[in-house]
Design a protein around this ligand. Structure first.
Ligand code: DAH
Length: 339
């Protein structure tokens, strides 16, 4: 029995030296130390020993068990360490490896222009207002002194949704909504999309953007209009810019004008951009018609105002030297990446 115990110890040590995994260790433990294991099998023979031999063998058996258990624990710790090391090696991240650079988007030129316009006008004390794109003809036309028989209301250039509901043809509709909702003094701009039944070409689109401006207070005159828009033109097109006002007609302003800016390419001498004119038309404006103030609940004997409206696409095309409006709507990344 002594030999058997010693042989078991020697074999155990040998087996353990070649064990690599936790599963193999557990298999070993059951086979050698388990209830039905090899050690138990040897100990079964205790009964056949003499009374003197029994404690000696018992002590030896305990020593062998303790020894094997000790070895088992040692090897188990080693196996676990190796497993952790293997996992670390397998999951290692090379922090020096170049990363995948995410593709950064860019602001659309129309967004850039709108933000610049908002910055210029808010710095002059204007609020930024909004209004619906699906609009009542009341706000788009009637309240703006544009009666039923006015050609601007024609089916041919206006998208009607119902008899009195349409896609707004101008951001001027927001003037009327704003005057109804706020008491003067008023200073607001409204950038937004507008719709007209226009065929697409290099300078026309059925969908485009305008920015509207409105000032109403006591003693507002055409002089305030000129001063404000001249300053805007210098801030947007450069400090050398000169402006020119030409008489024009709009139903909602009286007097009305169109404003041109001196060509920022040739400085006014005449070139391809300004078609030899030296000036480029950029907006419509005027002194708010008393009928408009009245329709919006403001007393024209107490208050007066001026208003203006311009196309954002046109400003973007001038600013970025874009010669075809369609480029602004095609969303070709190769084009948009340039701004
Ligand atoms: N709404 C006009 C248009 O779409 C532009 C305009 C002209 C707006 C004169 C104004 C204005 O506020 O006073 O052509």
């Amino acid at each position: 029995m002594k030999q058997q115990l010693e042989a078991l110890r020697a074999k155990a040590v040998e087996t353990l030296s070649s064990v690599n995994t936790a599963a193999e260790l557990e298999e070993f433990r059951v086979k050698v130390l388990g209830k039905k294991g090899e050690l138990t099998a040897i100990l079964r023979q205790m009964g056949s020993l003499s009374a003197e031999e029994r404690p000696v063998m018992g002590a030896l058996a305990n020593e062998v068990r303790a020894y094997i258990e000790g070895e088992l624990a040692r090897v188990s710790a080693e196996v676990e360490k190796k497993a952790v090391a293997a996992r670390i090696a397998a999951e290692k991240i090379d922090v020096t490896e170049p990363g995948i650079t995410p593709k950064l988007g860019k602001a659309h030129p129309l967004t850039l222009v709108r933000k610049e316009l908002e910055n210029i006008f808010t710095s002059m004390g204007f609020m930024v207002a909004e209004g619906p794109e699906v609009e009542l003809s009341h706000y788009n036309f009637d309240a703006l002194n544009t009666p039923d028989d006015h050609p601007a209301r024609d089916m041919q250039d206006t998208f009607y949704i119902a008899k009195d509901v349409l896609l707004r043809t101008q951001t001027s509709s927001v003037q009327a909504r704003y005057m109804e909702a706020h008491k003067p003094p008023l200073r607001m701009i409204c950038p937004g999309a507008v719709y007209r039944s226009d065929a697409v070409d290099a300078t026309h689109s059925p969908f485009f953007h305008q920015i509207e401006g409105l000032v109403v207070d006591k003693n507002i005159s055409f002089g305030d209009l000129k001063g404000t828009l001249e300053e805007f033109a210098r801030l947007f097109f450069g400090p050398e810019t000169r402006v020119r006002f030409r008489p024009h007609h709009f139903p909602f302003t009286e007097p009305s004008a169109e404003m041109d800016v001196s060509c920022f390419v040739c400085g006014g001498k005449g070139c391809r951009l300004c078609k030899g004119e030296g000036f480029i038309e950029i907006l419509g404006a005027g002194v708010v018609h008393p009928n408009v103030l009245r329709a919006c609940g403001i007393d024209p004997d107490v208050y007066s105002g001026f208003a203006f409206g311009m196309g954002q696409e046109r400003l973007a095309m001038l600013r970025y030297k874009i010669d075809d409006m369609r480029l602004l709507f095609e969303n070709d990344v190769r084009f948009l990446e340039q701004f």
